[in-house]
Design a protein around this ligand. Structure first.
Ligand SMILES: Cc1ncc(C[n+]2csc(CCOP(=O)(O)OP(=O)(O)O)c2C)c(N)n1
Ligand SMILES: [Mg+2]
Length: 548
């Protein structure tokens, strides 16, 4: 028997690595919901709401390289849109599968529930256009071909795609066949010219360094990138959004480059280099120390996913993977170039029975991290503090640095934990952000996952207090929840929970959390203005640097 349209789509997603689909059911989506639950290779993961489902898909895609989320027409898909836009900004291929009313209903312009009541059904298909790299309404005729087109687009651009399924078409047999599209190919002569230009610039340079960026990790090119570092012997630094692209225990790692705001030795080394080899790094506000990074275009290179810039020369129609593979063979070994030695946050500073300070908290969290951990750090002061921790071998740091939608981290941590249940997932979130999506904590226990969650309670939106004109304005206060009671209320059985206010209480709670076989949820209470150094710098500079 021929596969139905939805069976075809789901089997292709499974071939790409999707084994779980996040979502919230709905009547227009029932045929998709049913197909997912009947598909033996896939698990339906019921989320609390569509925003959380799509954030969870974002977290899952960060670990597995691809994810899928299923929502119902209009009311469901619109709630997911913020997270889908985030996946677009952050380069994550998330397949958004949406159930639409029957085509017969749409043609009759019938006044069924969910649409706006004006007989128009393609509004939401149109609304999604700017936040996906490709979209289609899937029919029996176009099903196979459109699925292949969307897969090729999502995997090449590493961006989300949108697939809407009229409910009466979902179970119809897929007509015709389509072969997977081959990825774009590099132009060999341009590749040769670009690699020659890069090799020449690196060879001539007295000092040089590498800035590996987020696109390397997103395109699954960590191995190729590490080979370039090893061949060239060049020191490398990373920027905030690019943190943990390569292993931070690698001997060539010199630490975080954050413009003039932090790490002056790293800044001096990077900016004084005659050649700065950027690979998939973008100079966004948070990546450039609030635009204080000074990288001279004429002595820098950037290798992007489909083109390379060497100084002012552009070489296009060449793929990042091919460029890295060639460079790993051809770059000269520059063991003569030595960068500064990476330093982490050092020993926690503070008295054991006193309140928790930034000088204690961030070094203590750094010490707590273990090899292969997945750290999900929410937008806010906590991620600004943890950006300067040195990550242990094989561990990764994830933050939504560009999109920066608070509430992302809690469901994203769930998605990441589900994608890698054998690894330890650590969530660090401010309490203001946590309040947006805290109900997703219940999902960890529901699906047998054991994260360690830290909720930093500093009595409101600290980063906003530091950025706005009067930190005491009431709009930065949040409700004082009993955080410790949340896991139990949300169905987490036998979790370790604690509320800590002193350094020794923090130490004890961490020791308990590490020893337990269940999830752990620790509320870390500090004074309102306990601020890590980068957040303090951004505060000092906000008039001139940041808010332009
Ligand atoms: C969806 C969304 N709404 C609002 C904001 C603006 N915003 C940025 S950080 C923040 C508060 C963060 O507070 P918290 O999570 O408690 O972290 P803290 O800085 O206090 O450590 C807000 C409201 C945002 N980035 N995203
Ligand atoms: Mg806060």
């Amino acid at each position: 028997m021929r596969q139905s349209i939805i069976q075809y789509v789901l089997s292709r997603l499974h071939q790409l690595g999707v084994t779980d689909v996040f979502g919230v059911p709905g009547d227009y989506a029932f045929p998709i919901n049913d197909a997912i639950s009947e598909e033996k290779n896939l698990r339906w993961i019921g989320s609390s709401n569509e925003l959380n489902a799509a954030y969870a898909a974002d977290g899952y895609a960060r670990i597995k390289g691809v994810a899928a989320v299923n929502t119902t027409y209009a009311v469901g898909e619109l709630s997911a849109l913020n997270a889908i836009a985030g996946a677009y900004a952050e380069h994550l291929p998330v397949f958004h599968l949406v159930g639409m009313p029957n085509m017969t209903t749409q043609r009759a312009r019938a006044l069924v529930h969910h649409p706006l009541g004006n007989g128009e059904f393609d509004l939401f298909y149109n609304l999604t256009e700017p936040v996906v790299c490709a979209r289609a309404i899937i029919t029996p005729e176009n099903g196979a071909a459109e699925t292949e087109r969307l897969i090729a687009a999502a995997m090449y651009h590493r961006r989300p795609v949108y697939m809407a399924f009229p409910a009466d078409y979902v179970d119809r047999p897929v007509l015709g066949t389509a072969t997977p599209l081959s990825p774009p190919q590099s132009d060999p002569s341009v590749l040769e010219a670009a690699v020659n230009a890069i090799v020449e610039m690196v060879t001539k340079a007295k000092t040089a360094c590498i800035l590996p960026g987020l696109l390397v990790a997103r395109a699954n090119l960590r191995k190729e990138m590490t080979a370039v570092v090893d061949t060239s012997g060049l020191p490398f630094a990373t920027m905030f959004n690019d943190k943990s692209t390569l292993d931070e225990t690698h001997p060539s790692y010199i630490g975080m480059y954050d413009g003039q705001l932090m790490n002056p030795e790293v800044r001096a080394f990077v900016e004084d280099s005659d050649c700065i080899l950027g690979v998939g790094a973008l100079l966004t506000d948070f990546n450039s120390g609030a635009f204080t990074a000074r990288i001279d275009r004429s002595k820098s290179i950037n290798i992007l996913h489909d083109h390379v810039r060497v100084g002012n020369a552009i070489f296009d129609n060449i793929g990042m993977k091919n460029v890295l593979q060639e460079l790993a063979k051809r770059l000269p070994k520059r063991s003569d170039i030595k960068g500064p030695k990476v330093s982490g946050l050092g020993e926690p500073q503070g008295k054991k029975d006193e309140k928790i300070t930034a000088e204690y908290l961030y070094p203590r969290w750094e010490q707590f991290l273990k090899p292969h951990d997945i750290l999900i750090a929410e937008t806010g002061t906590a991620s600004l503090g943890m950006a300067f921790a040195q990550m242990p071998a094989g561990s990764v740091f994830h933050n939504q640095t560009l999109w920066g939608s608070i509430g992302w981290a809690t469901p994203a941590a769930f998605g990441a934990a589900l994608a890698a249940p054998h690894r330890r997932t650590v969530l660090i979130t401010g309490e203001g952000s946590h309040q947006l999506t805290a109900q997703e904590v219940g999902q960890f226990s529901r699906y047998g996952l054991k994260p360690i969650i830290f909720v930093l309670n500093n009595h409101g939106n600290l980063i906003e207090r530091l950025l706005c004109k009067d930190g005491e304005r009431e709009y930065n206060d949040v409700a004082a929840w009993n955080y410790q009671q949340l896991p139990s209320a949300l169905g987490c059985k036998n979790w370790f929970t604690a509320r800590v206010t002193t350094c020794s209480e923090l130490d004890q709670a961490i020791a308990h959390a590490e020893a337990r076989e269940t999830g752990a949820y620790i509320e870390v209470v500090t004074d309102t203005y306990v601020t890590p150094p980068l957040a303090a710098k951004i505060h000092e500079a906000r008039g001139t640097l940041y808010m332009h």
